[in-house]
Design a binder for this molecule. Sequence first.
Ligand code: C2E
Ligand code: CA
Ligand code: CA
Length: 708
Amino acid sequence: MPTIKDPENKVPTPKVDAKRLSLVASASRNLIMILDAAGTIEWANPGFEEHTGHQLHDIAGARPPELLKGPATDPTTLLRVARELHRAKRFEEEILLYTRSGEPFWVHAYGLPIGDEPGVAPGFIVIMNNISDHKHSERGLRIAASVFDRSHEAIIISDQNNRILDVNPSFSRITGYSRTDVLGLNPSILSSGRHSPAYYRSMWQSIEERGYWRGEIWNRRKNGEEFVELQTISRVHLDEPGHYYHVANFTDITELKNHAKDIDRAANYDDLTGLPNLQLLKERLHQAQIQADTHQKSLSVGYIDLDGFKAINENFGSEAGDRILRTLAGRLTQDLRSGDTVARIGGDEFGLILQSDNHEAIYDRILSTINEPVDLGGEAGSIVVTASLGITRYPSDNTDAEGLIRHADQAVYAAKDKGRNLLHVFDPELNEHRQQKRAQLIELSRALDNNEFELYFQPQVRIADCRVIGFEALIRWNHPHRGLLYPDVFLPSLEDSDLEVPLGQWVLQEAVVQMGLWHGAGEDLSVSINISARHMMDRNFTSYLENYLHNHPAIKPHHITLEVLESTSLDDIKRAGDVLARCQELGFRVALDDFGTGFSSLSYLSTLPIDLVKVDKSFVINMLNDPNDRAIVESVIFMGQRFSHPILAEGVETMAHARALSDLGCEYMQGYGIGRPMQAGNVLEWVQQWRQRHTDPLGPAHKSGPGW
Ligand code: C2E
Ligand code: CA
Ligand code: CA
């Protein structure tokens, strides 16, 4: 292959056609110019045109710097080149040039003088390579190197076998090891021994699988001091396949950690005892519940409240109080097993989470450790403290952490009610029942305020002449969503509540108002009112009635019958007798309701002052086909006659019932067979229709007064 003559060494050149040689210049990807002796452009190759955007015919005769220099072209480099041209000397420079449209590019420029050869005019050939790419990567490397040197993060570069190839100055600053200390060693020289082999295994597994690992790691400085670093280790693959390096960078976060710990301590621990506080107890309890769920285990929550701690503080001073709390905190901590928690959750209150199965034994032990005397120091001597302990168990008490703590707290109150130095276990079922009842009571009291109750009235008739004596008031609830509700649905949740009295008073007033309307219409009817046992036994019952009559002088009490249930707890029969006697004194009539269903029917009959006995409908309804029930009805009527009490049979569903009862000597009746309970507005019309059907409107029955 022909070679171009080296101009310096002047080796003879093999003969090549000059035309062919010029083709080389035209074809080259380099930028080639031929300048004349004055340094102006005589010729430039297509490579030059393509690169710079200048066309030969435009630039012939121009000076290259005029065309190619730009804002960042180094003027001293241009000066050096000009001087060499002037001296007809070779030059080699790297210069930043600009295209016609202003794009910068780096070239390596090589210029050599020509004209020594015969027949060649003096001038220059300038050959330029675009070296922009090279320049860029060089700059990238320089930046990378300065990042490495100046980074505040420590950087370790290690090879495939994790031997250290390089470390940066921050590494030395943080660890105390110089670069020469560690080159060629394994980064494990920093190991603190705090982490298990498994920890490192999972770290390397992550690097294998994902190419990196990030996490916190405890290491040791050259001076032996431990520190925490937040570290990222990346696996870096370079050009050669299968070849990689590790780059680890880390910052020292020890101080940050300590700071976080301080904050954590302030937020989660009690200053005085160093125990977890309520906040942390809740958090731990929540975690413990998750654990218990996954392992299908139970746990318990204890709430300790010291007895009479306020008095201790007052008598011995708050320093003594603090000393007691600290001592007990220490004892409680010792009593627990690992995984259990004791927390201080209030002034003299501690909370416990126990994960063991044998809760009760541990709690007994806890109470007795609390009871051991506490030395108050100095002359004060020692003192014995007692506590009340409330306990609830999860999952039998299936609620969240806050609920468990609240229930344990409720159990403390129950424990204190029983006496001191005792424990009480919370009963979730009882609680549920109570809560339902409370919710119902709230609804009932709202219903009373909203006037949602209504009295229905059921007629009571004298058998002998079919005369309507009066009506029994029966309560109904027009529930806004559930419609008309019967008393058996809502009265039970009222039992023994404070609402019984106000509701009873409402019934009384409402029934009397209705009776007043009947009287106003010329119907001399009486009204029967059901009185609950609690209402009747209320201290103010009779004085309320007395006041009521006093304020409503038009009311005739002998038209009002108070029905008291035989089956409900007329526990204190003596008092019941007194109350009923007082009612009679005031002029009211008294009926013994549901007779036969209670336990002490006979003694009631003989001792209670009553005007009427109502045979329970359960016997009456079946008396026609059940001989036993018939026998009961018979004997009740018989006994009533013996004690001179008139008898009313409830549950008279047919006229056959009425006849049978009449044969037995029963005097009054009430039941679906006569009339169903009806709204107050229908009473007068019903009475008229009944009378038309059963009696002569002018007959004697109409004229005789009411009463049993
Ligand atoms: P009670 O005092 O024994 O009232 C009679 C109940 O028997 C009423 O039920 C009535 O509708 C029903 N009844 C009447 N005749 C027949 C019949 O022929 N066959 C059948 N199967 N049942 C008949 P109600 O209205 O559901 O009342 C149920 C209970 O609720 C009452 O029993 C009473 O103990 C109580 N109650 C009703 N209203 C009041 C009230 O205003 N105050 C209080 N404290 N209790 C009330
Ligand atoms: Ca009744
Ligand atoms: Ca009854």
